[in-house]
Ligand binder design. Structure first.
Ligand SMILES: Nc1nc2c(ncn2[C@@H]2O[C@H](COP(=O)(O)OP(=O)(O)O)[C@@H](O)[C@H]2O)c(=O)[nH]1
Ligand SMILES: [Mg+2]
Length: 212
């Protein structure tokens, strides 16, 4: 399907409405736990902020940087009244001290376990490194909560089509063995490859009931 399909135009409009609402290190300070939200997870530098910017068609929405950040914040973007995208803190910045890593685990763990409106997870993984131990851990969280998941294999412009497809196949086999409900999208925030597919997959996560 091309991006000019009516559904894709509608989805582009839906995600363009995204607005920054707040950021907080405490999941209890998030907006009221109603409606639906989808969380984005990924190792630092995986391309998470770039993916959010591409999907929402807003270059400055989530900050992108060449130097992985250290902030351990949940960043909330609203899509109208009842839907939200949550940018989870990145993981794996080498200079982060041990106790901050512990805080990170506690934050993600509590958020994923307690948040009723969480209806799906997008795991962003650099196609050249997928799947990392971090990605496997996020997928295990999804399995534990019967949460649907979309894997964005990011920076796919860095590989030729053949190796990219092969990585996707390999990763899908790995995920299937883990027993997680997911799909895997070859994605590039730079070339916009897989953008319409990513939007469709994300909309499917938002549109399903939070309770399983
Ligand atoms: N080649 C390429 N580089 C990308 C892509 N997406 C992100 N990057 C680069 O990867 C680095 C980290 O991106 P960022 O979105 O800040 O990652 P985050 O830490 O996961 O939020 C930046 O230098 C981006 O320009 C992509 O699709 N293709
Ligand atoms: Mg980021």
């Amino acid at each position: 399907m091309s991006a000019s399909q009516p559904l894709d135009v509608e989805l582009e409009r839906r995600f363009r409405r995204a607005q920054f609402l707040m950021s907080t290190p405490d999941h209890h300070k998030l907006p009221e736990d109603l409606g639906r939200e989808v969380a984005f997870a990924g190792r630092s530098n995986a391309g998470k902020s770039s993916a959010i910017n591409a999907i929402t068609d807003q270059n400055g929405l989530a900050r992108t940087s060449k130097t992985p950040g250290r902030t351990q914040q949940l960043v909330v973007f609203t899509l109208g009244e009842t839907e939200r995208l949550i940018d989870l803190p990145g993981y794996g910045y080498a200079k982060v001290p041990q106790d901050l890593k512990r805080d990170w685990h506690a934050l993600i763990d509590n958020y994923v376990r307690e948040r009723q409106s969480l209806s799906g997870m997008v795991v962003v993984s650099d196609i050249r490194h997928a799947l990392t131990e971090f990605d496997q851990q996020m997928l295990a969280y999804c399995r534990a909560r019967h949460l649907r998941c979309v894997l964005l294999l990011s920076k796919s412009d860095k590989l030729n089509r053949g190796p990219a497809m092969e990585t996707r196949r390999k990763v899908l086999r790995e995920i299937e063995e883990m027993g997680v409900l997911t799909e895997a999208v070859l994605f590039s925030a730079h070339s916009k490859a897989g953008l319409a597919e990513a939007r469709r997959a994300l909309a499917a996560l938002l549109d399903q009931p939070a309770e399983q």
